[in-house]
Write a protein that binds this ligand. Structure first.
Ligand code: CTP
Ligand code: CA
Length: 224
């Protein structure tokens, strides 16, 4: 192997990454969302580009931005838009990493006009969104498919079920930190579980360092 290849071990590979929250419309001015900052996914994109990969970063609403010749950012809002964007690129990618905090439910009907406060109370009926990662697993050919899992109980067992249900090659289990989850924090405590159920707990570290660890798993896959 020449020097350039060893410095840029993912040169020539294309990596699809999802990041950030999704917003699900209630009416023209309101939505259901979550506190995901998008930082984990953007850090993964940076690490991948630093290793020479072409990156397609499908980002839900976030103020984060990256300027890098190797990173194409595709901005989306809803889970449905993120789903459609992912599938439009998936056929041609080598690796897909699902770091987005996709809304699990969305309003079943979106009000055309702004909802007025005429009622004392009202309910919003919700329906499930598409599971984007599972849908990628269903049509997987040679892609190396990586998902995340956030669990508060039976962590390992639930993460293993997600590997099987979504046809993943690797899952990054986000363990709760002493003072709560990784949302809005600069650090993550993760455990890697591969499709053969090998379990590798990692130390608490910065999201940048977790991103590097994830890309090292990708490199190991191609250089095994
Ligand atoms: N995910 C996705 N599309 C969804 C929901 C989740 O692509 N509609 C992806 C996330 O990006 C993550 C993985 O699925 O990589 C697991 O997300 P998580 O919320 O932990 O699990 P769910 O499958 O949504 O199940 P639950 O929330 O009930 O634990
Ligand atoms: Ca979920």
């Amino acid at each position: 192997e020449n020097d350039l290849n060893s410095k840029l071990p993912l040169k020539g590979k294309t990596i699809l990454i999802t990041a950030g929250p999704t917003y699900e419309a209630i009416d023209p001015v309101r939505f259901i969302g979550n506190h995901s900052s998008g930082k984990m996914g953007f850090d993964i994109a940076k690490s991948a580009a630093n290793l020479g990969a072409n990156v397609i970063l499908i980002a839900g609403p976030t103020h984060l931005n990256i300027n890098d010749n190797l990173i194409k950012i595709v901005r989306v809002v809803s889970a449905q838009e993120m789903h459609d964007a992912c599938h439009s690129y998936y056929n041609d990618v080598d690796v897909a990493i699902s770091a987005a905090a996709v809304a699990d439910y969305r309003p079943k009907n979106v009000a055309v006009q702004k909802i007025k406060k005429t009622e004392h109370s009202f309910n919003i009926e919700l329906e499930k969104t598409k599971d984007i990662l599972a849908s990628l697993g269903e049509v997987k050919k040679n892609q190396f498919l990586i998902g995340f899992a956030l669990e508060t109980e039976n962590e390992i067992e639930n993460a293993k079920l997600k590997i099987q249900k979504k046809n993943l090659d690797l899952i990054v289990l986000n363990s709760l930190q002493d003072d709560g989850a990784g949302f809005g924090r600069p650090t993550n405590k993760v455990t890697f579980i591969d499709k053969d159920f090998n379990i590798e707990p990692m130390e608490l570290k910065s999201k940048e360092a977790v991103a590097d660890d994830i890309l090292n798993k990708v490199i190991a896959h191609y250089h095994a």
